[in-house]
Each structure stands twice: as structure tokens, then as C-alpha cells.
Design a protein around this ligand. Sequence first.
Ligand code: BGC
Length: 778
Amino acid sequence: MRTYHRNREAIYPYDPWAVRETHFDIESNYRDETIFAQANGYVGIRGNLEEGYNGPKGTSFSATYINGFYESYPILYPEGGYGFAHTGQTMINVTDSKGMKVFLEGEEFSLMSGTVHHYERKLDLKKGVVTRQVIWESPKGKKAEITFLRLVSFKRPHLILYSTFIKPLNFSGEIRLISRIDGNVTNGNETDDVRVSSHVSGKVLRTLDLHVGESGGWIKQQTKRSRLTLLCAVLHEFIPENSGELSMRKEEEALVGEISFFGREGEPLQVNKYVAYLDSRSYPEERLPSTAENLLMQARADGRQVLMREQEEYLASFWAEADIEIDGDEALQQGVRFNAFHLLQSVGRNGFTSIGAKGLTGEGYEGHYFWDTEIYILPFFLYTQPELAKSLLLFRYHLLDAARKRARELKHKGALFPWRTIDGPECSAFFPAGTAQYHINADVIYALKRYVEGTGDEEFLFSYGSEMLVETARFWVDRGTFSPAKGGKFCIHTVTGPDEYTALVDNNAFTNYMARMNLEYAVRTLARMKEVVPDRYRELVDKLNLADGEMEWWRKASEEMYLPYSEELGIIPQDDTFLQKERLMVDELPADEIPLLLHRHYLDIYRYQVCKQPDALLAMFLLRELFTVEEIRRNYDYYEPITTHDSSLSPAIFSILANEIGYGQKAYEYFMQTARMDLDDYNQNVKDGIHTASMAGTWLAIVQGFGGVKFLPDGIHVTPHLPARWKALRFTLRYRGRKLMIALAKEECRFQLIEGDPIEITYREEKFTLTGEEVFPV
Ligand code: BGC
């Protein structure tokens, strides 16, 4: 395996509850803008400087994103084909509300001029704010303490607060500020890296209307093609009241607030800038201005202190559910919390949005939602804040019509979810690693099944899940065939599994195993509905025109599913031809060929046994109840040397499986790659955005790997593997209406039932009923 040791100094000092930088560095500015990005699942701002930045090109990208707010564009193929995805969607950079320039007696504050006597930027994971404190001396010797505070409110999803504090330190005199709401924005990335590039260029937002009032104003803009409207409104406040004067004016595509104060030496001044973002996917267009105005008036009436208190309270309840404590490794402790915090910042909560591969921090992957959500990220929310998992599933339910349409377009029955999308259509232009990843259907159902098993929420299953089950089951029986050449077994041809370095193959093991689970679950759920809610069952049958005998086909296809197995090697071959190819040993590849996708043509890659990420192994992890430890070991030993981990989704799964088969050292090394991937910028691309799936992989690797918790259909099984260098590990889980705490130490494993009824748990193969507290030797 390629190893990534923590052999360099941490970029940001270790701190269990914060990320800090103590000096400003042009070289790393682009990256720092991602690390200090803030979001609340609806709106996200990169950590750009309020006063603006005029450093060298390519060292900054200023952006603001709204989850689910996109521009569409036609995908043009020089050599197209029937059924190719034809409409792309890109998350766009929207109205910039961060601007606040500061002038001390006419001299403009900038980190690139004068003298910076002190600098600290801090992301506080408990308070949910970023503060940047600078003591700056102007070229002419005016010294002031300037502090910027930003809060992207978790409780008020449309609200951002920017506070600016200025304390003149060696003078009294005029202090001027220019507050800006800038509608002149464009998307940033034009690069050859397919993982980053965005397909819209130039200006996407047309300004429809601008309005200014005494203390603020709003700007209304619309995308050219998708016709989505966005309103960004602002309201200013001075503390002390009347300490400053504000004059608002319009520019062509911007709102500008000229603020002037008389500053007295040693006395702090404060401007609060309350900003609201609202879009036409959340509110009727004509109500945007009035809704924004009410929201801002309320925020100002409540004031900064209240907003800060709310934020802290919100986070206190988040950490009470989601915190993981690791005694004995402060670097990991910080990494784990930073990742959890960013997941919370990224997750859409309204049932119409999900989590982008880069959250709301960058344009990588165009802001698209992938299977990353269901397979990697959803478990984190499911076992800490099940309501958020439910809203992610609802998002898929809301895409069902688009998925039906896509299946029809491809001449299939049922529904086919898009490999990547924002609000429904398939947006992947490269079908071998896009549409061909049909497993997305089963991934969604897998998440649904885990949700229902983990919460007992049959109501959701019957109301929403059942429809998704019927349509995906219909799809699979139509997509596969009972093949005489394989003894009449049900085969699924010409698909791509999770490993994108092998494409368009027959009987990809992952796909077949997961499709079988999908079909079985559909049959089981409908049978259960027929029994316990017969009226709703009939309604479903009528609504979806379920024909007699359809279910019988699902049952037959699942029972007869072809599941590849190599007797000779005792492993699961990735697909029908995988084992015939030459093995490409990753350790023998020159380091500068990694990632392979940037250095070799796919046709070259496809002809080898080489994997970008786990495939058969991932199926074993997900459907853990079907495999023995010995089977996992054989497959792990076979696939690990040919896996490049060119996808950030890879190391976490290897870490978990390594733990299961007793490869503790490897488990730890893989884990390190996920836990601090973004904080240490392992892949040197954090500037383009965080890696949300890998961040969630950290949670999986701790809870399911080191914690050894398996969420199996029959309940929770625990077989812990505490790494030698940790003193203790503690986390809590929400499970079937209970809240449990699991605390691992060198000698003992402690279970505590914090909320809910007694529950049966299996500890190292032995069942026990947890009623209060139980302690076992490790
Ligand atoms: C991975 C996919 C993943 C996508 C977005 C790709 O590199 O191979 O599995 O869905 O990134 O994270």
C-alpha cells in the first residue's frame, strides 16, 4: 500500500475544538479559503477576506453557493449518441455579500500593505463562527485592531451575519467602511482536471432588480437557462447605535453602503451586516423581497448576541449526538471534529437538496450529488441525527419522476436514478463511469433499508420507500436477463461497478449483490404492507399499476441472481472478465502516475486488473452479514495490491476491513488518510473544496472499524479494535429510538443506555440486553 504518514508538520496547530492560523500566507490562501469556509446546508461562503484580495492570480477564489441553486447547460458531444445525458447542471457562484473594505483616515486596510502586528483566524467548532483578528499599522502609521466575525446561522438557514469591529489604537480620526453586495460574479474553475472543471463560463446571473433603502437593500438575480431566481438582501446596524453614518447606493450590479465613523483612540466601533439569501426553489418569487426583509428585521431585532447564542446552542445539541472523543491523539481528535462539523455544514435539510461531493465549499464535481451521500454520508446522520438522514432519502423520493423519465429514455421499465445530478436529470457526460453505474439504484435502496432498520420508521417506508422499491425492482428485472450461458442465472450485463477503473463489464459482483438486496427488499416490503396496511398496499398497487406476477419476477430474479465466485482463488471476481486481465501492482507504479486517471487513457486503464476504489470489497462491507472474516481476508489480500485509492472514497473502507481481519497497522494508516485528508491537504486539492465522502468515511472508520460496530439486519454487533496508541474512544449512537454510548478503553468496553427502552446487543458473539450500563473486558 502507498503509505501516508503524518510525517510533516500540521498545517494548522492541533486544537481539539478549533482550527486556527496565526499568519496570513498568499501561497496557501486558496486552500485556507476552503478550510475556513462556512455553511449551513443552504448557503455556503468560502473563507475569502472581507476587505478583498489582490494577490497573484490563482491564489484565491471568492465564492458563495446555495445548495441546489444551479445553472443548466446543454451537454454538447462532437460524437454524441442516443440517450447520452443532454442537460448538465452546475452549482453556481452567487451574489457575494462578504465585502467590507476598511479605511483608516483614508488609508485602505490590506494584509498586503502596511504592517501586520498580529493575525489570527479561528474556526470555532463549538461556537460555529470564524473570527479573524488583525492588528494592523497603515503605511502612514495608523494602528488599529480590526476583527471580522462571520456566522452562517444553522437555525436560520437563510441568514448570515458579518460583524466588523474596529478599535483605533494610536489615533482618533475618520474611519470609513465600504460594505458591498456584489452581483457581478462568475464560476471559477477552468481546468483540464475533470474532477474540478465547471461547464458554465462567463456571467450566469442576470440582475433583474436592485433596491436600496436607508439601512440596506436587495438585489434580485436570475440564472439565464434554469431560470432560478435569487434574492440577496442586506441590513446594517451600528453599535453603539448612531455611531456611524450610512449611505446606500446602487451600482450596475451591486449594492454599496458607504459607512463613516469618527473613531476615538481605544474605543471599539462595530458594524453588523445581516444578510439574507432566498431563492425561488424555496419561496414564491414574488415573496422573496418581503420574506427577506422580515427575516432581516427579526435578525436585527434579536441582535448579534442572540444569534451567537443560538448558534452555540445548536452546536451543543449537535455535538451531544455526534461527537467522538479520542483520548491519546490530538491530531485525530481535531480531524474527526473538523470533518463532522463540515458534514453538518454541507448537508441539505429540506428534502429537496442533498450533499455535494465538495459540500458548499467549492465547484469541484459541479456541486453534484452522487452515491457518496447514500453509501458514505448517510450513516453518519442516520446514527447521530436520523431526521437529517430522512431528509436525504426524501430528496431521492422527490427525484423519482425524473428517474422514471430517464429509465423510459433508456427503454427500461421502472426508474433509474442519475449517477450525478442537482435536481434530477442525469448530468454525467461520460457514460462509462456515469449512467453505466446502475448500482446507484441499489445504493439508494440500501440507504433506505439501513434507515428503516436503524430507526424502525415503517411509516416512511410505506409512504415513500415503497414507491422507490417498486420502481427500482422493476428496473432491475428489466435490465438483467436469465442467461442460458450461465445456467439460467439472472445476469446483469454491461454495467460499471464502483471501481471506475473497470468499465462496461458483465456481472459486476457489487452490482449483482446489491441488486439482489434491492429486489429482496422490495418483495419483503410489499408482502409486509399487504399484511399490516392492506389499504395502503392496494393504493400503491393502483397508483403504480402493479401487475399480477410482477413481484414473482422480482423474487425469481433475486433468488436466481448470478453471484460471481472463483473457486480457484476463493474470492469474488469483480466481474466476468476481471481475472483474465494482467494485474497492475500499485507499488510498482511510478509515483508520478498517480492518480492514474490524470496520466493514462481509460482504454489503457481498463485492460488491467487495477482498481480506483473498493468494489467487491465494498459489497462485502455493506452486506457484511453474508461473509465470513476469512472470506474478507482472502478478498482483501487479493484486491489491496491492485487498488490505487485514486478516489478519496477508498481508504476508509480499507481501514474498516483491515480492522476486521486483524491488520491493525494498515487499518490505522488508511484511517489517517481519511481523518486528516483535508486538514493536512493530503491530495493537494483542498483548495477546490472539501471531500465530504471521505469526511464521513472517518466516522465509518471509527465507529464501524475501531469501534467495531456492525449495524446488521438483526441489530447491533460490537467487536472493538482499539488502536494501541489510543487510550480511549467514546461515541454515542441513535438506534431504534434509543441513545447509546459506547466507551472503549484498553481493558474494557462500556455500554450505556442514555435514552429509550432496553435493547439487545451482541458483544463479541454474545447477546446481552442493555438496560442501564454494562461493562465487558476487551
Ligand atoms: C469516485 C466516485 C465518486 C465521485 C464523487 C469519483 O472519483 O470514483 O465513486 O462518486 O468521485 O465523489
